[in-house]
Design a protein around this ligand. Structure first.
Ligand code: GLU
Length: 424
């Protein structure tokens, strides 16, 4: 059985593919000339499994999606007090390049707008660091997060610097208030090189899964950030990651997120998932049009809204047990997306031979919409491969036994008559 998740991701991409509204960012010449059509996405689970679809390997510059990661690095290197002295953590509700500071303190409002990100960039590797050393520390940090070698596209950076009056004004303003020490030009160069790191949607999914998982890179298993640092970065993403659309985003999608002008968009769902999309055309707020569409659909379909507080269910697989001519798969607890993904992955590695497959869901307390759909789809696929498949559901927890092709799942009245009782 091939897990249905990649097919689902293709369906998601298809649902937004025809939407060619929005414009590519045109204030950076290299981005203005970029192909507007690529469309890709990737998910990374807490176990480090990556699912991708479409142009998920297509490289593009990270731009503002770099901001939460560099903020996390600054917190890790310099600590909360020092970072708080430099940048506040309040949503600004303003555009990304707004020339504004917090009244009273003269700090940037948050690290997700350019003023905050330029100031945070300056904290990395200490105030006395050269631009080259600072940028190299950031690049190496991104490589660790992605679990592979990444490069900076210097040509893109220099193209952006040809017309960087806005960011230069921000840097002058920061220097005027002694938020940064570097010359304005150096501060903008350093920040723009950070933004010019080339990544793809798969890298971003793994990087955001690292934030979602409290700092352990799920593929390499290496601890890169402390859990409290990740928590702070996610909190700021939740309140300010989508610029002036942050409030609307939190109500409709409900996943801490960050967008960038090259068309990347990440979401980090605490304890569950890293998500990334790539599609270059942007809406009026500077967020990827098709990326936003995918996230809205994904969140609704999979029940991923943070405030829906579906308890995590990654231990919903109780055991897989072979008895006579049947393999019994016993589930328990709540079956949501993460739980179902985990169950399907375990089932995929199992060799059922010619045996009957019995799904025992007596101990399942609830399925959410996507959990139910994924489990049923897996059973349907096994049946299609010629397996004899049945469900034991004495409490009628599944509620609806109809498969996606309109046929119905076979149920068992009792495990006894098939001598399939649990032995433990
Ligand atoms: N390098 C871009 C800038 O500072 C990043 C902006 C963004 O991605 O939102 O203008």
């Amino acid at each position: 059985m091939k897990t249905p998740i990649p097919d689902y991701l293709e369906t998601l991409l298809d649902s937004v593919r025809e939407d060619t509204s929005g414009e590519v960012a045109d204030y950076i010449p290299e981005l203005a000339a970029a192909d507007p059509d690529p469309l890709g996405m990737a998910l990374c689970t807490m176990s480090g499994r990556i699912y991708g679809a479409g142009d998920d390997r297509r490289m593009f510059s990270i731009q503002s999606v770099s901001k939460p990661f560099v903020y996390a690095l600054a917190l890790q290197q310099r600590g909360w007090d020092k970072v708080q002295e430099t940048v506040s953590a309040e949503p600004s509700g303003e555009a990304f390049h707004e020339l504004s500071l917090e009244s009273g303190t003269n700090r940037p409002m948050n690290p997700m707008i350019n003023a905050g990100a330029i100031a945070v960039n300056q904290l990395i590797n200490g105030e006395d660091s050269s631009v080259d050393d600072r940028v190299e520390v950031i690049r190496e940090f991104f490589c660790e997060l992605a679990g592979r070698e990444l490069q900076i596209n210097r040509q893109l950076c220099y193209s952006e610097l040809e017309d960087a009056e806005r960011n230069l004004s921000i840097a002058h303003m920061l220097r005027n208030y002694k938020v940064i020490q570097d010359e304005a030009h150096d501060a903008v160069l350093s920040y723009t090189l950070q933004c010019a790191t080339e990544i793809n949607a798969r890298d971003l999914a793994v990087m955001s899964a690292t934030l979602a998982g409290g700092g352990i890179q799920p593929v390499t298993g290496k601890r890169i950030l402390n859990p409290d640092v990740c928590r702070m970065a996610l909190a700021v993403m939740a309140s300010a990651g989508m610029y002036d659309a942050a409030g609307r985003w939190m109500t409709t999608v409900g996943i801490p997120a960050k967008s960038g002008v090259s068309g990347g968009l990440i979401g980090s769902l605490p304890g569950q998932l890293g998500i990334a999309t790539f599609s270059p055309r942007l809406d009026a707020q500077g967020n990827s049009v098709r990326g936003v569409g995918i996230f809205q659909k994904l969140s609704a379909d999979m029940g991923l809204h943070l405030m829906a507080a579906d308890p995590y269910g990654d231990s919903a697989l109780r055991n897989i047990h072979t008895e006579g001519d049947a393999t019994v798969i016993r589930l328990q607890g709540k079956v949501n997306f993460s739980a179902a993904e985990n169950i399907l992955n375990e089932m995929e590695t199992e060799d059922f031979g010619g045996r009957r497959i019995v799904l025992d869901i007596e101990r399942v307390s609830s399925f959410n919409k996507v959990g139910r759909r994924m489990i049923k789809e897996a059973l349907r696929r096994y049946r299609e491969q010629g397996h004899d498949v049945a469900i034991y559901d004495p409490e009628n927890i599944l509620t609806d036994l109809v498969y996606s092709d309109g046929t119905e799942a076979e149920t068992l009245d009792s495990l006894k008559e098939h001598s399939l009782e649990e032995k433990d």
